[in-house]
Design a protein around this ligand. Structure first.
Ligand code: HMG
Ligand code: MG
Length: 299
């Protein structure tokens, strides 16, 4: 049993909602975020400053951030795909931004209409600008294990992208399994190389649960010293530009497993089933995750 703290970054307002059939307005998204804050999630990715033509569900990001400017209880972050997104996020008052390079040429093209090299340069430029303007920065590496277009990704490419973003001064690197193709062996292998080269504390993991291996992947990452994870209430989520991307690891499943293993997350487990129900009602669809019904009975 470990009593160490594990940081959960809740991504439902962004990853969870970006590809839903039902589009939620800013007020419904702010209500979701309010409930997540009440449940003591330490971090929340609240919005993305992307083109509303490309991702209609993320329109109105400035309203979300402006509605949260006085939030001190939890770390609110936003995703920015390019410099324009960064400028809009900064103007709205964002304090933490995440850039999103993918590890392959095609995924970058499909996702943000830039090639691999251009995406890395642009991401590094955003990180440097944000640092000068005193924002905290995160850098995803999407398709870190496998790309829906180019197949398996070489570990050396992921390490190189991480290295370049660290050179630009990024505060945290999030390795993302965009289509849920990683398994505990490949997670161990990649994180082992990362922590041999860089400080383990700068890494976080973002697992999609397409093939039901997300919790097992978390255990593999924990064994390599990783103590930060993204997850999504109700197991919602998926990237609209990555065919086969299913829902994220469910926050209630992650928080419950970590708690049973003795880790401290600070998350109020008993409050999670009501948030899962809120998402189900708002989206008018069944949601994923395994632990909500059990937690509701247990409390
Ligand atoms: P583009 O068409 O190349 O952009 O799209 P552009 O620079 O040519 O500009 C075209 C129009 O978009 C212009 O407006 C720009 O002003 C506007 P117009 O003159 O036509 O009226 N524009 C913007 N508007 C708002 N926000 C912006 C922005 N940039 C340009 N930031 C662009 C490039 C990046 C905008 C587009 O491809 C886009 O929005 N992509 C969104 C990608 C996305 O949201 N993907 C999902 C998130 S990533 C993910 O889910 C993976 C993750 O979860 C980790 C994992 O699981 O792997 C993080
Ligand atoms: Mg994702």
């Amino acid at each position: 049993m470990s009593s160490e703290f594990v940081y959960i970054n809740e991504v439902s307002p962004r990853d969870g909602l970006q590809n839903q059939k039902t589009i939620l307005g800013s007020q419904s998204r702010l209500e979701l975020i309010r409930q997540l804050i009440e449940a003591n999630l330490p971090g929340i990715e609240a919005a993305s400053f992307v083109s509303p033509k490309a991702v209609p569900a993320m329109a109105g990001a400035h309203e979300i951030i402006e509605g949260l400017v006085d939030t001190n209880e939890c770390e609110i972050s936003v995703l920015v795909p390019n410099m324009k997104g960064y400028e809009l996020a900064n103007a709205a008052g964002a304090k933490v931004i995440s850039v999103v390079p993918s590890a392959t040429e095609t995924m970058n093209q499909k996702n943000i209409n830039m090639g691999l090299r251009e995406t890395i340069e642009s991401s590094c430029k955003i990180i440097e600008t944000a640092k000068k303007e005193n924002l905290k920065t995160r850098g995803y590496v999407a398709v870190a294990w496998e790309c829906p277009f180019e197949g398996k990704v070489q570990e050396s490419i992921v390490l190189d992208i991480a290295n370049q973003m660290l050179g630009a001064g990024v505060d945290e690197i999030i390795l993302a399994d965009t289509i849920g193709a990683a398994n505990p062996s490949s997670v161990t292998s990649l994180f082992n190389k990362c922590v041999s080269e860089f400080d383990h504390q700068i890494f976080s993991a973002h697992f999609h649960d397409t093939r039901a291996m997300a919790l097992a992947n978390v255990c593999a990452a924990l064994s390599e010293g990783i103590r930060k994870f993204d997850s999504c209430i109700g197991g919602l989520g998926g990237c609209p530009f990555a065919p086969g991307a299913a829902g994220n690891l469910a926050t209630e499943d992650l928080a419950n497993m970590l708690s049973q293993m003795g880790y401290v997350t600070g998350v109020a487990l008993e409050k999670l089933p009501a948030i899962v129900s809120y998402c189900r009602e708002q989206l008018q669809e069944p949601v994923g995750g395994r632990m909500s019904a059990w937690l509701a009975k247990a409390n």
